[in-house]
Design a protein around this ligand. Sequence first.
Ligand code: BGC
Length: 566
Amino acid sequence: MTSTTSLPLVHQADPPGAPWWRSAVIYQVYPRSFADGDGDGVGDLPGVTSRLEHLVELGVDAVWLSPFYLSPQADAGYDVADYRTVDPVFGTLDDADALLHQARSLGLRVIVDLVPNHTSDEHAWFQAALVAGPGSPERDLYVFRDGLGQDGELPPNDWKSVFGGGAWQRATEPDGTPGQWFLHLFDVKQPDLNWHHPRVRAEFESILRFWLDRGVAGFRIDVAHGLVKAPGLPAYGAEHEMLPGGHDDRPRAPYWDQDEVHDVYRSWRTIIDEYDGDRVLVAEAWVEPAERLARYVRKDELHQSFNFAYLVTPWDAGALRSVVTSSLQATDAVGAPTTWVLSNHDVVRHATRFGYPVGAVLPTGIGAADTQPDAVLGLRRARAATLLMLALPGSAYLYQGEELGLPEHTTMPDDVRQDPTWPRSGHQHRGRDGCRVPLPWQADAPSYGFGPGPLSWLPQPDSWREHALDVQRDVPGSTYEVYRAALTLRRAQSLGTGSLTWLPGWPDDVVALANGPVAVVANVGSSVLTLPADAVVLIASGELLETVGVVGVPPDVTVWARLPQA
Ligand code: BGC
C-alpha cells in the first residue's frame, strides 16, 4: 500500500464538530416485520420498542421507521388515511410516544416516514372530494380531470402507474354516473395530492410540526421527487418505473423532479430549523444524474438524499469506483454529505442480488419458478459490499435483517403475496414481499421469535433458522458480528466524517481506497490478493488466507487495514 499524502483527495474530511447526520448510520425498521408484540402476526410499535436494545448493541446512530399511521394498508401503510393517528395494527399514539421515549433514553434518534405525494383514498379529504363533485374546492386538493373522448371515457393523459397499468382512475359521481378521473401514480387507492394548492402545503407543514413536537429527529420523505407535476399535465410518451436500474436516457417524466418541488423543501427546511437537536429531512428521490439529485440537498433544502445510484451498482470494481467518485463530487459541490445504501423495503435484498451473475437483469420480485440465486456467493459478496460501504465517508443506511445476512424470500407462494404490484402488473412483477418477511430473532422459537406465537404475516423460509440473531450473536465471523465490529471501528476511526483517496498500484478489479489512516481493499476480482507484509488487518468480511507473514485476500472479500506509512 502506498502513502496517501501525495495522492489527490476525492473527498476531504469534515471539520471537527460536524452534525451527527453527516456521518450517521441509520437503520430502517419496517414495523410490520421487525417484531410483533401482540402475536397477531404483524409487527407493531411495542414490538419495536422491546427490541431497540438490539440496535444499540449493533451500534447504529438512528432508526428510520417506515409508516405506522392509520391506513387501510393497501400499500403496506404508504397509503395514509390519517397522518396524526397510529394504525391499530401497529398500536396507539401512546405506543409511539413510548417508543420515542425509550429510544431517547438509549441514545437512538428516530426518523419517521412522511408520505406527501398521495394519501389513501380513505383519507377524509379524498372522501369529501368524491362527494363534493367536479369543480369543488375539495376536488382541487387532488388531481381530478375530465376524461378525453366523446363521453370522457378515456383517461386525461398517457401517464402510467409505477405499480403497473394506467395512472388514472375514473370516479363515480355522487349521482352514480361515471365521472371525472383522478391521478394515482401508485396504487388506485393512493390518489395524488395537488401540491400547487396552498392548503395541501399548509397541512403538511402542520403534520411536520405534529411529529417534531413529539420528538422525532426528522423525516424520510416518500417519493420526494414526485410531489409537483408539470403544469397542464402534458403527455409523457414513455413509462417510468421507480427503479430505473442504472443510467436512464429517457426524457424526464412530467411527474418526476420538477423544479417547483424545491420550493416545498425550502419551506420545510425553515420549519425544521426552528427546532433544536439537529433534526433532518431525507429525500427518497429516484433522480439521476447525481448533480440533479444534489439539488435536493442544497444548503437551504433537505439534509440528505438516498443514493440509489449506489444501490443499483453491480459488483464491478470500475462501476463502484465511478459511482463513489461521482456521488461524492456531486454532494461536495453543494456542501452536503453523501449517503450509501444497499437494501431497503422496495428492492431485492443485496445478499440475493449479489448471488446472480454481474449484469443479470433481475425481475421485480423473484418467484419459485425464476432462476434462483447462488446464496453462498450472494452472502459473501453482500458482506464484502457492506464492509466497503461502511468505510465510505458520509452517512449509511441499513435495512433491517441485513445484519443477519438475510436473503430475499425467493420461493414465496404467489397466493400469499400482498404487494399491489403483483395484481396491478397483471401478475408480471411479483413485487416486494420477498424483502419484507418478518425477522428471525430466535432459531428455536415459533415464528423465529418474531412474535410470541407462530403467526407471521408473510411466511418465513426454513433456511432462516441459520440466520436467527441468537445463533449469530457472539459467534466470531458471523454476519452479525462482522456488522457489529465494523460499526464499532467505523466510529472509532471516524470514517463517516473521513476523507477518500483512491489507492494506486492495485489491479483494476480491486477497489482500493484510503479513508484517513485506514486502507480499504475490496477484492472484486477472481484472484487472491496479497497485502503488504507490514499491513495490520483491522477487519475482514470473510476469511483471509494467512501463511507466515503473508496475508491473502480471497475474491469477494473486503478488508480494512492500517496503512503502515501513515
Ligand atoms: C415507498 C414504497 C411505496 C411508494 C408509494 C415508495 O417510494 O418506499 O414502498 O410503495 O413510495 O408510497
